[in-house]
Design a protein around this ligand. Structure first.
Ligand code: GLN
Length: 527
């Protein structure tokens, strides 16, 4: 029988519900249970695919091609599970399903309402994994009290009741420290729990986010004011790295408290061997390697999976990767040397639209000509290709059809399959596709196998009419899709490390399995 763990947040947003949900998943897995983690987001967009990264950070892509919230990246990196479109649900998708059903006539004669029709659809999605895993962890986005998350709370309340004993609520709140008073304040937590109780939900477990260590007295106070057992009040202090969180939660007995609440025998505490070895490496790797991220979104979350992939690869290379954001809009031929000074390598980021692309092209040229290790991802790879056409093949007007659809040298062109698409949402080339690697290539050695699968999110592609010219001039097309022949990887073998991938390898890195391309890139940068 599947058990359900609902994770909600109160007081403020950005408490790290995704990290807590992932840590719970990790701890249950290490006890031999199978798990899945789902995210329910209260916004009305069908998916975050059309959102500006400034709104919502990176858009994460699942193997089956769903554009999702970046928390799914944490779920995969922490637990190694492969999420799909079932793991990311928004209010928009719920309403769309119900409205489509209404139009078909499935509810003939009935008035369609939030309760029960919307809440029933939410419940159906929340329990969809029933029987397939031991635990379903459901993270509800937003903060308690938001108008838009109310239907999710009601669905959760009903499920907790109906699944009696098989579902628990974990509530994450914030305990601020008032410096002037020299005190930690629990009142916001009490209010948040009251709000939850007002919706008919008694939290079983409270996780208190705090920047200062909480005494037993503080935990005791929260426990007695909120009707929660003392052993079920856990603190989540600031950690030097998010990957310390599972161990900190285990130390405080969060996983055993969850099992006890669900009436499951607790058994022995698992060792978390490989995870602890990773943490040990993380602590002892102190030598710094500086890598420049050339992109246009000056926001930590915009390139989340790339940042984490580089960081994880750093740990396994026993170095501390220090990332430096370099705004491609500010890059010029005159200042590029200064901009990348001190960088052991450059990663040219993905993106859409023409803002900042000339800076990416200048960065690509500089790295190629000065043999600075460079990794181009998606738009980054396309900029490497355009740069090569302009400065090596001699086509000074070379461009991507995305930026200039009149150029006679459209070395990056719109994919055939994308030509007649009018809708923007969910219509790109999305999800995992196979890629065959050329035997004489560097990437073939790096991956250690002939055929790989990587995830995509793009509309434009390398224009195959130019393959021969590129290869003769020194840029090799070393990864191709076996069915469509699309070029998925280019490399310049004459450079120390100069690789561009049309796909997004960053979506496949996990804590226990860092991605081979990032591993090799960081190894080269460190060398
Ligand atoms: N804008 C480019 C395309 O659509 C690249 C997309 C990306 O970097 N994810 O092909």
């Amino acid at each position: 029988m599947t058990r359900y763990i609902f994770v909600t947040g109160g007081v403020v947003s950005s408490l790290g519900k995704g990290i807590i949900s992932s840590s719970i998943g990790k701890l249950l897995q290490s006890r031999g249970y199978s798990i899945t983690i789902q995210k329910f987001d209260p916004y009305i967009n069908i998916d975050p695919g059309t959102l500006n990264p400034y709104e919502h950070g990176e858009c994460y892509v699942t193997v089956d091609g769903m554009e999702t919230d970046l928390d799914l990246g944490h779920y995969e990196r922490f637990t190694g599970i492969r999420t799909t479109r079932q793991n990311s649900i928004t209010t928009g998708r719920i309403y769309q399903t119900v409205i489509d059903r209404e139009r078909r006539g499935d509810y003939l004669g009935k008035t369609i309402q939030v309760v029960p029709h919307i809440t029933d659809e939410i419940k159906a999605r929340m329990t969809a994994p029933e029987g397939t895993v031991d635990f379903v962890i459901t993270e509800v986005g937003g903060t308690i009290g938001d108008i838009e998350s109310a239907p999710f709370m009601e669905a959760m309340r009903q499920l907790k009741w109906e699944l009696s004993g098989r579902a628990i609520s974990v509530h994450l709140t914030y305990v601020p420290y008032l410096r002037a008073a020299g005190e930690l304040k629990t009142k916001p937590t009490q209010h948040s729990v009251k709000e939850l109780q007002g919706m008919g939900i008694q939290p079983d477990i409270l996780i208190l986010r705090t920047e200062q260590h909480l005494s037993d007295g503080v935990r005791q106070k929260v426990a007695s004011f909120c009707n929660v057992d003392l052993e079920c009040v856990v603190q989540s202090e600031d950690m030097p790295s998010i990957y310390e969180v599972p161990v900190s939660m285990q130390r405080q007995g969060l996983d055993s408290a969850i099992l006890r609440k669900l009436g499951i025998p607790v058994g022995e505490t698992p060792e978390l061997g490989p995870w602890r070895r990773f943490l040990e490496l993380q602590r002892t790797s102190t030598r710094e390697v500086h890598i420049g991220l050339v992109g246009k979104y000056d926001l930590q979350d915009a390139y989340k999976s790339i940042r984490e992939s580089l960081y994880l690869a750093g740990v396994y290379n026993e170095v501390r990767v220090k990332l430096h954001f370099i705004n491609s809009e500010n890059i010029t031929k005159q200042n590029i040397a200064k901009e990348v000074e001190g960088m052991a390598g450059i990663l040219i980021c993905p993106g859409f639209g023409s803002r900042g692309i000339e800076g990416k092209i200048i960065a690509a040229q500089y790295c190629r000509e000065h043999d600075v290790p460079a990794f181009g991802i998606c738009l980054g790879m396309q900029m490497m290709v355009i740069e090569f056409a302009r400065n090596v093949l001699g086509y000074c007007d070379a461009n991507s059809a995305e930026m200039d659809d009149k150029t006679p040298h459209n070395v990056i062109d719109i994919m055939e399959s994308q030509k007649n698409i009018e809708k923007m949402g969910g219509t790109m080339r999305l999800g995992a596709y196979a890629c065959e690697l050329r035997d004489d290539s560097r990437v073939r050695d790096i991956y250690g196998c002939k055929t790989i699968e990587e995830r995509h999110r793009h509309r434009y592609e390398f224009n195959n009419n130019y393959i021969d010219e590129y290869e003769k001039a020194g840029m090799q097309c070393v990864g191709r899709n076996p069915e469509s022949s699309l070029v998925e990887i280019v490399e310049v073998p004459g450079c120390r490390w100069y690789v561009g991938t049309q796909f997004h390898p960053e979506y496949q890195s996990t804590v226990l399995h860092p991605h081979p391309l990032f591993m090799d890139f960081v190894r080269t940068c460190k060398g």
